[in-house]
Design a protein around this ligand. Structure first.
Ligand code: C5P
Length: 396
């Protein structure tokens, strides 16, 4: 049994909070609800009280008996504070540290982990102000879930829907488990790149590679579970963002290089992305025609920046810089040479002989200053957990 303080914000999705309370109660947790003034326009205190089998708090003045249940106590007796739905307004006030009602006062006073499940119109979610607030909250250690994508109550389509109650429930269970787990990377910032890059040739074509992004995403999740603040710079892949990870989506190598630079400083960097070595020089502004009208197209290439080498040799070098190398032959020799050439501390060499990229397992060798460590073939999640533990030991 765990104690959850559930803050229900305003918005049409507030009705889903009722289902969430039911799921949490069914799992044996105690739920105490706080309903914001705007939330009360969508669900009633009576509904939440019946489902949670507890008193529902709506204003600071509900706590008139400060001796019995002060707002400090209310914010701290829980194991986890959950905000669902978290409106754009609520996220903004949380990010700014405003405490002008019961919900925000509790959020500012709590010493417990906070998980927010956003729900709002797609434009509001994508607005620069909300992006900024979400990034700030994540940097402050708040777990902000990614909203679902789909048709919205307002008739628009896109990301902004409250995740379904079972998904929020699963995130709550994960956050509770993480709370009990050791956090050797607490206070550390780890930067990860993952996935391929797409280099445009013209508006409809691009140069790419077969990287699935799975290994990098798994490493990001494993590091977050060990308590690290994780920034994941992701090339174009359709993978869900691991819990507790801040994701920056990019398309090209040059965008990836800029995002990596913007995310510094970091204590460690794990460069898993399969960055395209080349891009088309001067991508065509219009679609290139098959019949060669305007001349037979010739692809002229320009070299992309080496993100790993730039980082490893730069002024803001993280203490631990790890590169990846997918090799089909002479795996260890190539990785050893790459380690020296790039200035990385470790190269994680990935034997892709006879295996296409994108599978669910990896056979890897870690090349460090001390020599080579070879691991048996493992699922990508297991590789990620083991590597995360190894990184935690190195940063200790
Ligand atoms: O040279 P190669 O591409 O094989 O090196 C692989 C390692 O270098 C990976 O860690 C990859 O993320 C990184 N890399 C990079 N920028 C590039 C090319 C590779 O960060 N332009």
């Amino acid at each position: 049994m765990k104690r959850i303080l559930l803050i229900v914000g305003g918005g049409i999705a507030a009705y889903k909070a009722c289902e969430l309370v039911r799921l949490l109660r069914k799992a044996g947790h105690r739920v105490r609800c706080v309903l914001t003034e705007s939330g009360a326009h969508f669900v009633t205190p009576m509904t939440l009280a019946a489902l949670s089998e507890d008193k529902v708090y709506t204003t600071l003045w509900d706590l008139k008996d400060e001796a019995e249940m002060g707002h400090i106590q209310l914010s701290r007796e829980a194991d986890l504070v959950v905000v669902a739905p978290a409106t754009a307004d609520l996220l903004a006030r949380m990010a700014a540290g405003i405490a002008d009602d019961l919900a925000t006062t509790l959020l500012l006073a709590t010493d417990k982990p906070v998980l927010a499940a956003p729900a709002m119109n797609v434009r509001m979610w994508q607005h620069a102000a909300t992006r900024r607030n979400v990034a700030q909250l994540r940097a402050d250690g708040v777990t902000v879930l990614e909203p679902d994508e789909g048709a919205m109550a307002c008739g628009e389509y896109g990301p902004g829907r409250l995740p379904e109650p079972p998904a929020i429930f699963a995130a709550i269970e994960a956050a509770l488990a993480a709370r009990d787990a050791p956090a050797p990377l607490a206070g550390k910032h780890v930067l990860i790149t993952a996935g391929p890059t797409h280099e445009p040739i013209d508006p409809v074509r691009y140069i790419a590679n077969r990287s699935s992004g799975k290994q990098g995403f798994a490493i990001a999740g494993a590091l977050a579970r060990l308590g690290a603040r994780v920034t994941l710079v992701a090339g174009p892949v359709a993978l869900p963002t691991p819990l507790g990870v801040t994701r920056v989506d990019v398309e090209t190598a040059r965008e990836m290089a800029a995002a990596v630079d913007a995310a510094l400083p970091a204590d460690a960097a794990v460069m898993v992305a399969a960055v395209a070595d080349w891009r088309a020089k001067g991508a065509a502004p219009q679609k290139i025609k098959k019949d060669g009208s305007g001349g037979t197209p010739t692809l002229r290439l320009a070299e992309n920046p080496d993100i790993l080498a730039t980082l490893a040799k730069g002024d803001h070098r993280p203490r631990l810089v790890i590169g990846f190398a997918a090799e089909t032959e002479q795996v260890i020799d190539h990785a050893t040479a790459k380690r020296a050439r790039k200035g990385a501390d470790w190269i994680v060499a990935n034997d892709v002989s006879g295996d296409v990229m994108g599978g669910d397992a990896n056979t890897i060798h870690i090349v460090t200053a001390d020599g080579v460590e070879s691991w048996e073939k493992l699922p990508k999640d297991a590789v990620a957990d083991r590597l995360a533990t190894r990184i935690a030991d190195a940063l200790d």
